[in-house]
Design a protein. Structure first.
Length: 349
């Protein structure tokens, strides 16, 4: 008998289960991120201090056979901030598929949102054309497409060897001679790693950056503190001018499996005070890129959105990718009004 209840394990067990199922299911045909123990702890557990309201698991006896993990989150809906959750990775072991476990997890997540008066949950995808059937049958669902990505290749040859398709291998092979690593020349004056004392200024910068957003993730002070610094996972650089922090770039690294393994960097946040010049904005981004290269990152990516100036990124050598990414909105009730043409901010994970 399958029972759905709050996940009982820790970051190590979550990492083991997710990666085992993802790799066995998709690892031979598509690039897959590796959610290691440190990443799972950062996003979901916080050394046991994070709430487990939306950490769901399916058990057959004492055996873990499925999970559905979402983070409690403050979400922007129009001009309001509402309670909800973010991240929808329903994972069921291959031996137990076709038994309705995904639907049971979705029903339980819905019930918990209704009990807590949470208004919606957001997910992000670059591959699925639409949510799986159990989401559509259980929740009121809506997709917003047209989200684009930015990419920077630090090591095009490694990307060519790692890629699954001939077209991608040709693309990265041809791109290699044209890469110009101008970030290596960036002046580091006034740029340093983030410190906890910077949180107040960084909060103001991020809130200003999110001002135009009408659908997406927002931050409490506590959530932003963990986003900017948690053990050795996120790396944040700040630009200090006249004794105040006036710019930040925050990112984290992930191991990616394809034809082999390589390290990718995901830029989560980039925010600046209005007084910061284009040259200083570019310096801050380039210093962060210097750090990525030193750590052996093969490529970096970020979502297009508020704070990601096309001019700034193009000048730094980033390349825009097609607008294929989508945000999935799942709503517990049918009376929730979503913006018709939202300005979206979300995370690339």
């Amino acid at each position: 008998m399958i029972e759905v209840r709050t996940f009982e394990g820790d970051a190590s067990e979550a990492s083991w289960f997710l990666n085992r199922v993802w790799q066995s299911t998709y690892g031979k045909t598509a690039p897959i991120p590796v959610w290691d123990k440190r990443f799972c702890d950062w996003r979901l557990f916080r050394d046991g201090q994070a709430p487990r309201d939306y950490l769901l698991a399916a058990y057959e006896g004492k055996t873990l056979v499925g999970t559905l993990f979402a983070e409690p989150a403050k979400l922007r809906l129009g001009r309001l901030e509402v309670d909800g959750s973010y991240g929808l990775r329903a994972t069921v072991t291959n031996s137990h598929r076709g038994q309705g476990i995904g639907a049971k997890l979705a029903h339980e997540l819905l019930r918990r949102h209704q009990d807590r008066a949470a208004r919606l949950t957001l997910g992000f995808t670059t591959t699925e054309p639409r949510p799986p059937g159990f989401w559509r049958r259980t929740w009121n669902t809506r997709l917003f497409g047209g989200l684009g990505l930015w990419m920077y290749a630090f090591d095009a040859r490694a990307l060519a060897r790692w890629s699954f398709t001939d077209n991608e291998r040709r693309l990265f092979t041809l791109a290699h001679p044209f890469l110009r690593h101008r970030f290596r020349e960036a002046d580091t004056q006034g740029i340093r790693p983030y410190q906890p004392a910077d949180l107040g200024h960084c909060t103001a910068l991020v809130h200003d950056m999110l001002r135009p957003v009408t659908l997406g993730y927002t931050y409490s002070t506590e959530q932003l503190a963990a986003q900017l610094q948690y053990r050795d996972v996120p790396r944040t650089f700040v630009l200090e001018q006249d004794g105040e922090v006036r710019g930040l770039v925050s990112s984290h690294s992930l191991l990616m499996t394809g034809v082999g393994e390589l390290t990718a960097e995901v830029v989560d946040l980039m925010a600046f005070h209005a007084s910061v010049s284009t040259e200083d904005r570019q310096r801050l981004l380039q210093v962060a890129m210097q750090d990525m290269e030193r750590r052996g990152v093969a490529f970096a990516g970020m979502l297009r959105g508020p704070g990601t100036s096309a001019c700034l990124l193009l000048r730094a050598g980033w390349v825009p990718l097609p607008r294929r990414a989508k945000v999935t909105c799942l709503m517990p009730t049918c009376d929730l009004d979503l913006p018709a043409d939202p300005c979206v901010f979300t995370h690339l994970r």
